[in-house]
Each structure stands twice: as structure tokens, then as C-alpha cells.
Design a protein around this ligand. Structure first.
Ligand SMILES: Cc1cc2nc3c(=O)[nH]c(=O)nc-3n(C[C@H](O)[C@H](O)[C@H](O)COP(=O)(O)OP(=O)(O)OC[C@H]3O[C@@H](n4cnc5c(N)ncnc54)[C@H](O)[C@@H]3O)c2cc1C
Length: 426
């Protein structure tokens, strides 16, 4: 994967600052963490709070990866329904994972409150919008499965959906009050700052270039320094570089792109998500809509807006706004960016046990704000010896390469381009 500069709205509009250093010495710690997104920062925070000596190595800067480019929906659960999770990872483990992910947004919003993280957090419920009868049927089944655990989500009628979204052409929605929206990069910065304040040593612009096991310890080489640790957590998800290339075989990279406008006028905002909920829809080539605190309109869809053949994105976006939010009127697209998602084979995250105290977490499959925070924390508890492997939300596994990995990625990319082309010209 070619790394792309993070030119997201989130990166350009962030106000928080973190002072971190480049690693330029040899450091001996209990646990080393590679990757400074939600997963790595959350694990570092928990470990440091427990008094563990921890060093976090980030190749670039906080939120360079998915954590600084995403839509910002603090959703509960994964993409696949609770019962499907049971089918792919087993009933008992599925129950643990479903419960774990159902409460993961509480963890995120709790950390935001506890550490006073200023990240535009709104916990007003997310909306999963049905674009046709098939989509509505799928949402009804999803509600049935989620609500077996209690009345957690509700179905909105077409009129109720319109009241909250002002979106034409949607015939119902799931409203999930467990979730909300954040400025995702500010949240990542806040987690990194909290980890630093708790005593974790954070090094940015310090990529792990090589990792070797000798004399019962891991030796991680960076351009100017070295970390020696008994245990290591690789938390690089789709943005893995330099080390352990085999991990890339365990997920399919898939791009998701977003565009944002300048802040809308008060009149325009009455006609674009007046309820200020974060939303996405049931289309195969999904669309997402949200606003930020400044009142910018933000839309997203599958595909890579930074690729050479991305010319149809802008006309697609203009046409989509005309048709779905006709009263908003013309808008100026001031920001566009893409991010890479690591899709695991079964859309459930993997914890890989790579031997001798080396672990990795990846495969969030586009659901990583709440899950990444929660997996980072539970993995820290495991490394501390507070949680047994049988109680982890997924089984510890060895790397299982996905077959036809690249072909699947290309299929998504071409499929989404074709769909936008179709939407644009028809
Ligand atoms: C466009 C997009 C939209 C999304 N929308 C949502 C959403 O609305 N809700 C949701 O829940 N999830 C969403 N996701 C998923 C979510 O953003 C990710 O699952 C989550 O950010 C993963 O966090 P992470 O910490 O595991 O990895 P990342 O945030 O990707 O962090 C990995 C870090 O590792 C670093 N790294 C890589 N190699 C090395 C090395 N050798 N040495 C040191 N550091 C290294 C990278 O620089 C990077 O900063 C979305 C993802 C994308 C891309």
C-alpha cells in the first residue's frame, strides 16, 4: 500500500497540540507498542495507568492512519449482525464479543469525559438509513438481533427519518442511541496525550524498522534508536509498514473517501441533517453523511479519491446532494481525502499471537473507533495478566492469509468507481 499524506478535514481543522520526541536512544521497557492510532494509544494509556513501563513508537504522528481519516461514528458492534458474529467465531466467543462491542461506545465517551478530550463529541445516536425495501428488511433483521440483548436500538419510520435528516429517498432507519460522532483526530490526539500524562513514553516520526528476538527480549530498531521490551503489541491495522509483512496477508485493504464543504449557512443546515446525527446507508457502495461542529457538510463513499481515476467523485457528489438534499443548493467542496480500511476475512478483528510475547491487533473492517479503543484496552489487561486468553473478545490466532487478497481489493475499488459512474451518468 502506498502511504498517503493525511490531508483530511480532521487534520486541517484540528486545534490540539502534542509535544512528542523522536526516539534517539536505547530504551528498555516492559511493553513496546507500535502504532499511534486508537488501538495503540488506548493500550498505552491502560498500561501506563497500571504502572507498566511502556514506549509507543509511531512512524509519523498521532492519527496518521485510519484514526485521523475516518467518518467519526462511535458505533457499537461490527458491520455484521450479532448472530453472524456467532457463526464466524463460535457462539460462546460471539456472545463475549457482542457484549464487549455493545458497551464499547461507553468506553470511548467515558474516556473523552474523564480526560477532558475536546473532540466535538456528540452522543445523540447514529442513523443507519434504508435506501430501499431490501435495505429496510435488512435493518429490521438487524434490529431483531441487536434487541435480543435488550431494547438497544429502534426503527424510525420514513417521516421520523426525514425529520432528523431532511434526506429524500430514505424509507426508514435504525437509530442507535449508544453511538454518536466525534472529531476523530482530536480524539486520537487526546488519547495519546492521556497516555503520555499517565507516564507512557511516546515517540513520533520513529518507525519500527526491524524487530528481532534475542536474549529473551524483543529488540525494535528505529532510524535513530532502539526499544528493548519483553512484550510487544503491533497496532498498525491497515497502515502497517516496514515490519512483519506477513500481517498484510490477513486483511484486504479497501479505500473510503470523504469530501467536506465550507461551513453551511443556517438555512442550509436546516436542510442537511437537522438532527446532527452521524449517518450511513444500506447501499452496497455505502454513503455516509454528517456535519462537524463548524457546520460543514461531510459525505463519504467507498473508493479512493486520491487515485488517478477519481475524477467522477466531484460530479457524483454534486448530483447526490442535488437529489438527496435538494434544498441545500450548490456547495463548495473544500476538502477531500481518503483512508485505508483493513477488512479481515470474516469482518471481525484479529488478535494474532506471533510468539514470545509479540502480538498484533488488526482487521477492524471499518469499525475501529469504539472497537479499537476497547481492543487496545483489553489487550493491555491481557498483557498485565488481568484477563485470560479464554476471556478475550476473540481467540488468539496465528496469521491466516486471505486468498485472492488483491483481487478482492480491486473488486471493491472497481465496483465503487463503476457505481459512481452509473450514478453520475444515468
Ligand atoms: C475512511 C475511513 C472511515 C472510517 N470510518 C469509521 C467510523 O466512522 N467509525 C468507526 O468506528 N471506524 C471507522 N473507520 C475505521 C477506523 O478508523 C480504524 O479501524 C481505526 O482508526 C484503526 O485504528 P488503529 O489504531 O488500529 O490503526 P491506525 O489508526 O490506522 O493507526 C496505525 C498507525 O500505525 C502506524 N505505523 C505503521 N507502521 C508502523 C511502524 N513500522 N512503526 C511505527 N508506526 C507504524 C501508522 O503510521 C498509523 O498511525 C474508518 C476507517 C477509514 C479509513
Amino acid at each position: 500500500m502506498t502511504q498517503q499524506v493525511n490531508n483530511s478535514l480532521w487534520s486541517l481543522s484540528r486545534t490540539s497540540k502534542i509535544h512528542t520526541n523522536i526516539l534517539d536512544h536505547k530504551e528498555i521497557v516492559d511493553v513496546a507498542i507500535i502504532g499511534g492510532g486508537y488501538t495503540g494509544c488506548s493500550a498505552a494509556l491502560r498500561l501506563a495507568e497500571a504502572g507498566t513501563k511502556v514506549a509507543l513508537l509511531e512512524a509519523e504522528y498521532s492519527g496518521f492512519g485510519g484514526s485521523g481519516r475516518n467518518v467519526g461514528l462511535t458505533n457499537a458492534g461490527m458491520w455484521i449482525n450479532p448472530k453472524e458474529i456467532g457463526k464466524v467465531i463460535g457462539k460462546d466467543r460471539g456472545e463475549i464479543l457482542n457484549q464487549f462491542l455493545s458497551t464499547a461506545p461507553d468506553l470511548v465517551h467515558g474516556l473523552i469525559d474523564k480526560h477532558g478530550i475536546e473532540c466535538e463529541a456528540l452522543r445523540n445516536g447514529t442513523l443507519h438509513l434504508a435506501h430501499n425495501e431490501t435495505g429496510l428488511k435488512a435493518l429490521k433483521e438487524k434490529i431483531r438481533q441487536i434487541n435480543e440483548e435488550g431494547k438497544l436500538v429502534k426503527l424510525l419510520s420514513k417521516a421520523e427519518t426525514f425529520e432528523l435528516t431532511a434526506a429524500e429517498n430514505y424509507i426508514g432507519a435504525i437509530q442507535d442511541m449508544r453511538a454518536g460522532t466525534i472529531q476523530p483526530l482530536e480524539y486520537c490526539n487526546g488519547l495519546m496525550l492521556a497516555a503520555k500524562s499517565a507516564g507512557a513514553n511516546i515517540y513520533t516520526a520513529s518507525p519500527a524498522l526491524k524487530i528481532n528476538y534475542k536474549h529473551d527480549q524483543w529488540h525494535i530498531k528505529t532510524p535513530k534508536g532502539m526499544v528493548v521490551a519483553h512484550q510487544v503489541l503491533i497496532a498498525t491495522n491497515a497502515y502497517l509498514e516496514h515490519i512483519y509483512p506477513q500481517l498484510k496477508k490477513s486483511f484486504t485493504p479497501m479505500y473510503y473517501s470523504q469530501m467536506a464543504t465550507d461551513p453551511l449557512s443556517a438555512d442550509q443546515l436546516k436542510n442537511f441533517l437537522p438532527g446532527k446525527n452521524g449517518t450511513w446507508d444500506t447501499r452496497t457502495v455505502m454513503r455516509s453523511y454528517r456535519t462537524d461542529a463548524a457546520g460543514r457538510l461531510i459525505i463519504g463513499t467507498i473508493g479512493n479519491i486520491q487515485s488517478k481515476n477519481a475524477l467522477v467523485f466531484k460530479s457524483w457528489a454534486d448530483k447526490m446532494i442535488r437529489e438527496t438534499f435538494p434544498k441545500v443548493g450548490p456547495v463548495n467542496w473544500a476538502y477531500k481525502w481518503a483512508g485505508c480500511i483493513a477488512c479481515s476475512e470474516n469482518y471481525v478483528p484479529n488478535i494474532h499471537d506471533l510468539g514470545q510475547g509479540l502480538y498484533s491487533i488488526s482487521g477492524f473492517s471499518g469499525r475501529g473507533i469504539s472497537p479499537g479503543t476497547a481492543f487496545g484496552q483489553v489487550m493491555a489487561e491481557y498483557l498485565l495478566g488481568h484477563v485470560k486468553s479464554k476471556d478475550l473478545p476473540v481467540k488468539l490466532e496465528t496469521i491466516k492469509p486471505i486468498s485472492f487478497n488483491k483481487i478482492r481489493g480491486l473488486f471493491y475499488e472497481c465496483g465503487s468507481q463503476l457505481s459512481r459512474f452509473y450514478d453520475h451518468v444515468i
